[in-house]
Design a protein around this ligand. Structure first.
Ligand SMILES: Cc1cc2nc3c(=O)[nH]c(=O)nc-3n(C[C@H](O)[C@H](O)[C@H](O)COP(=O)(O)OP(=O)(O)OC[C@H]3O[C@@H](n4cnc5c(N)ncnc54)[C@H](O)[C@@H]3O)c2cc1C
Ligand SMILES: NC(=O)c1ccc[n+]([C@@H]2O[C@H](COP(=O)([O-])OP(=O)(O)OC[C@H]3O[C@@H](n4cnc5c(N)ncnc54)[C@H](OP(=O)(O)O)[C@@H]3O)[C@@H](O)[C@H]2O)c1
Length: 542
């Protein structure tokens, strides 16, 4: 058992409501900024010694912003003019995050080196939670006024000390901003004697590789036979780095379970992707979770156009990139990949490296280890891919990370639900867990703007601007979303991806908050021009 000191408990009912925010990555900064603006008293716990989350220390040397800086920005804090690149390097993204934290006076509310090792809801039993008709039993953001109820205890450990003693902070609301893509590596399961333990070389997850820093990472792969497992952005970027370090002399192999569509730039067929997927018209072509009958009929009627756009892009990518030659034509359509946030940007000259033999791509639905490398397929049809180093770029378990922050096994089970998409209303609120919100678990082509509008929505709710629907209505909506997300991603995605209906989704938030959702002047501009963060500047001041 941890020995804890209780802090921050006070019976003064007049004090400002204390809101505990876990994480000072982009999501935590946004949450803190808006919580402050509404006059609450935030305390941010960050286990690292800096703000910025993944941008502060967990990017490989070549990482840059995947989307353009215009789509990855805070709505009321433009990028400085000194940043000229359309896709700034990770060092610039970090500077931008720090500047935001300084500008909005967030830094003084952050406790660095403070890892939250557990949170627990005071005085509410699971039976009570199950019986609630409205959120938290009273439908309000904050709980009962009884001192024995309606609080969260946040157990915090100073990561610089070796002591397992923690301090306990009592807060009236918790916002979890712990990141979907950090901390909890997804390590595939292997049958006995077929896992990393039998391999004579080194095995690391991309999370550890990215923590090495550029020099050590280059040294780690230099002159080695490297195998990378994975087909998404991290795997592709690391393969490009290995190819740069080793050239065709020591080719780097990528073992892919699923091949996804990758794009060389934001311009496809001479058209910016924003015009194809990020405007209101493009959203009429697709179904949305819980849409009205009219929108559903429209999407069905326009389905051939949606299909045509997807096929044209696929045709263009097959022409532009040697996908067929290298067995890299994906099984799913471009539309399905975009819908499940599985499309990523290629590093410069990636296929040149493939063509010259510095990167060799192999496909296999299964993998296992042997002494000398990775066994792909069933081990008979395909040879073993010999390796000195295996890098598992197999993603993260954001759902497990969320689960494990709860002390109570019952809440652990509740937060993760039956499916691996975290069951959150508006991707923020769990219908049965009171006085708690999760930010940063919705995915989009620009995750930052998806996060910002959720923070705005949350603080408006905390400030009493609107009420949540009943628990059963929220649960029903969560179910509808889950079903929809699975169907539209080809049935296999774990992601709460809103990439191609983000304007429609933002409209929902605006409607909840009683704000104007049409953000562009003129009917045609509003229908056809891409929507981005700048369109929502000053949203709460409207
Ligand atoms: C390499 C990489 C590149 C990316 N590039 C892009 C991109 O180009 N465009 C895009 O839209 N998205 C990108 N993403 C997605 C990215 O995760 C988000 O854009 C953004 O970083 C999410 O911010 P976040 O604050 O939710 O999470 P994170 O950035 O992961 O931050 C979480 C923070 O919480 C802290 N924390 C976690 N647990 C605890 C705890 N128990 N106690 C205290 N502190 C804790 C962590 O230390 C961290 O600082 C990228 C992700 C990765 C991994
Ligand atoms: N800005 C940038 O440049 C940048 C750089 C890196 C990452 N990112 C972002 O960071 C996030 C995380 O990216 P990521 O690439 O680390 O993770 P990811 O997108 O979750 O991809 C994980 C990969 O591992 C594969 N995989 C998982 N389990 C496997 C198993 N058991 N066997 C074989 N393969 C397995 C997956 O295959 P399946 O597809 O078959 O599931 C997938 O290819 C994304 O949002 C990404 O866009 C951005």
């Amino acid at each position: 058992m941890h020995k804890c000191k209780v802090r921050g408990a006070s019976n003064n009912m007049e004090r400002r409501r204390r809101v505990g925010i876990v994480g000072a990555g982009p999501s935590g900064l946004l949450a803190c900024k808006y919580v402050l603006e509404k006059g609450f008293d935030p305390i941010v716990f960050e286990s690292e010694n800096d703000v910025g989350g993944i941008w502060s220390s967990r990017t490989i040397a070549s990482t840059k912003l995947q989307n353009s800086k215009g789509t990855y920005r805070f709505t009321d804090f433009p990028w400085p003019e000194s940043v000229q690149e359309v896709n700034p390097p990770h060092t610039e993204v970090l500077k931008y995050m720090k500047a935001y934290a300084e500008h909005f006076g967030i830094l003084q509310h952050i406790k660095f080196h403070s890892k939250v090792v557990g949170i627990d809801c005071v005085g509410e039993s699971l039976e009570e939670m199950k019986s609630w008709v409205v959120w938290g039993g009273n439908g309000k953001p904050f709980g009962s006024s009884l001192p024995s109820k309606g609080k969260w205890q946040v157990r915090v450990q100073d990561v610089r000390s070796l002591s397992i003693e923690g301090q306990v902070y009592e807060v009236e609301f918790v916002i979890l901003c712990i990141g979907l893509y950090s901390g909890y590596p997804n390590i595939p399961d292997f049958p006995p004697n077929q896992g990393p333990e039998v391999f004579k070389g080194r095995v690391v997850h991309s999370w550890d590789y990215s923590a090495m820093g550029s020099e050590k990472a280059a040294e780690f792969v230099k002159g080695k036979r490297v195998v990378i497992v994975g087909s998404q952005k991290t795997a592709i970027d690391i393969a490009a780095e290995c190819a740069k370090a080793n050239g065709p002399e020591f080719p780097c192999s990528m073992v892919q379970r699923t091949t996804h569509w990758t794009i060389p730039s934001e311009t496809l067929l001479g058209i910016n992707i924003g015009f194809l997927y990020l405007n209101r018209f493009s959203e009429f072509l697709i179904h949305k979770p819980g849409e009205s009958l009219l929108l559903s009929l429209l999407a069905t009627f326009l389905m051939p156009l949606r299909w045509g756009i997807s096929k044209m892009i696929e045709f263009y990518l097959r022409w532009k990139l040697p996908l067929k030659k290298h067995g890299m034509v994906p099984e799913l359509s471009f539309f399905q990949d975009v819908s499940s946030c599985h499309t990523c940007m290629l590093p410069d000259k990636f296929y040149d490296r493939v063509e010259e033999g510095s990167i060799v791509i192999k496909k296999s639905k299964t993998i296992s280890f042997c002494e000398t490398g990775i066994v792909i397929g069933d081990g008979r049809l395909e040879p073993v891919v010999e390796a000195d180093v295996v890098i598992l770029a197999t993603g993260y378990r954001g759902d497990h990370k969320l689960r494990d922050i709860f002390d109570s096994p019952a809440l652990q089970k509740t937060i993760t639900g039956a499916s691996s998409i975290v069951p959150l209303y508006r991707q923020v609120i769990h219908p049965r867990i009171p006085q708690l919100a999760v930010i940063g678990y919705a995915e989009s082509l620009s995750s930052l703007s998806a996060t910002e509008i959720r923070c705005q929505w949350l603080v408006e709710f905390l400030a009493g601007k609107f009420e949540l629907p009943s628990v059963s209505k929220m649960e029903e909506e969560v179910r509808v979303w889950e079903k929809f997300l699975r169907r539209h991603s080809g049935g296999k995605s774990r992601r709460a991806c809103i990439s191609n209906f983000h304007i429609w989704n933002n409209d929902q938030f605006c409607k909840d908050m009683g704000l104007q959702s049409r953000r562009k002047k003129g009917f045609l501009r509003d229908l056809f021009m891409p929507y981005g963060p700048a369109d929502y500047t000053g949203l709460l001041a409207d």
